[in-house]
Design a protein around this ligand. Structure first.
Ligand code: RRO
Length: 313
């Protein structure tokens, strides 16, 4: 059975990746998790300079989910190249560097530094962090800025360029179209959903920045709807993310149209979730007589004439 997937000039072993911010820099997972079995690893977002992130508390559990306001804490691109990449290169994994920035210039400079590194196979551009005042959502909710960032980065790399979109907009398909027009190879859908949680005894928000990004099973139906909308608006591949904890969840994303998926919050419970999803998807395909995952992608049985989302497209 064919499990691999090609994006531009890179062959991924399979279609299951681990999501940015949920797997560190790929070097902290226990030895029992064989990361080479995954389709790839997306790094924590990297900025030019190291960042401490937001004040604590910055994580809280919610019903079927998790609220975070990490605020882009990261070691900075130079330390990543010098201290993390050498180990990652030896891991036989496909590495996608996630980049975040507070200006178009910073995105370009970080990408240029990483583009020269042979251990970096592609880029995921974060224009959707809900937890920073500069950059983040102020970029990701402005179609013109998303277009500009994609256009400038496309000029600077021949490696796969993936733009990670926010669900915190009315029509995510408008943003996906802009990315496609400016030469992105794929879009990742979705980053976290803005959320809030309150301690009723202190009457204070449970996280210091008041609002944060909601992830985990609570957002899976939102993610599926956004992935479905996006897949019907563009021809480039869509990478589905949002609340996947099992192979059955991944198959749902493939059926609505995702070409690849990312496992995020589930990694905090079990960092080997991605590996069991790889196995489960393979068995599902074999049992049902599919010899390539491609055969289930966009196979949703729907009546487009009465579908609300299809009327937006
Ligand atoms: O670091 C964060 O607070 C963060 C980021 Br960069 C992101 O893209 N999404 C999120 O939920 N948190």
């Amino acid at each position: 059975m064919k499990e691999s997937f090609n994006l531009r000039n890179v062959e991924f072993k399979n279609r299951i990746l681990v999501a940015s911010g949920t797997f560190g820099y790929g070097d902290e997972v226990p030895d029992l998790v064989d990361i080479a079995k995954l389709g790839g690893i997306v790094t924590k977002s990297l900025s030019m300079k190291p960042r401490d992130g937001n004040p604590s508390p910055r994580i809280t559990e919610t019903s079927s989910g998790m609220l975070n306001s990490i605020g882009l804490a990261n070691i900075g691109v130079h330390k990543f190249i010098n201290e993390k990449l050498p180990t990652l290169k030896k891991s036989n994994s496909t590495i996608i560097a996630n980049i975040a920035a507070s200006s178009v210039e910073e995105y370009c400079s970080v990408l240029e530094l990483l583009d020269g590194q042979e251990g970096v196979h592609g880029f995921e551009i974060n224009v959707s962090c809900p937890n920073v005042k500069e950059g983040g959502l102020s970029f990701g909710t402005d179609v013109k800025l998303v277009s500009l960032i994609t256009k400038e980065l496309r000029k600077r790399t021949q490696k796969p360029l993936i733009i990670k979109l926010t669900p915190n907009v009315t029509h995510i398909s408008d943003f996906a179209r802009a990315c496609e027009t400016e030469g992105a190879d794929a879009v990742s859908v979705i980053n976290t959903v803005i959320g809030m949680s309150v301690n009723i005894n202190t009457r204070k928000p449970k996280i210091a920045t008041t609002t944060g990004g909601l992830s985990g099973p609570a957002i899976k139906p939102i993610a599926l709807a956004k992935v479905y909308e996006t897949c019907n608006a563009i021809k480039i591949p869509v990478i589905g993310i949002g609340g996947i904890t099992s192979w059955e969840d991944a198959v749902e994303f493939f059926i609505v149209g995702a070409s690849m998926v990312q496992i995020g919050t589930a990694n905090f419970i079990n960092p080997a979730t991605g590996i069991s999803v790889v196995e489960g998807v393979k068995q599902y395909c074999e049992k049902n007589g599919f010899d390539d995952v491609e055969q289930i992608i966009k196979s949703l049985q729907t009546d487009k004439t009465i579908s609300i989302v299809d009327s937006w497209l």
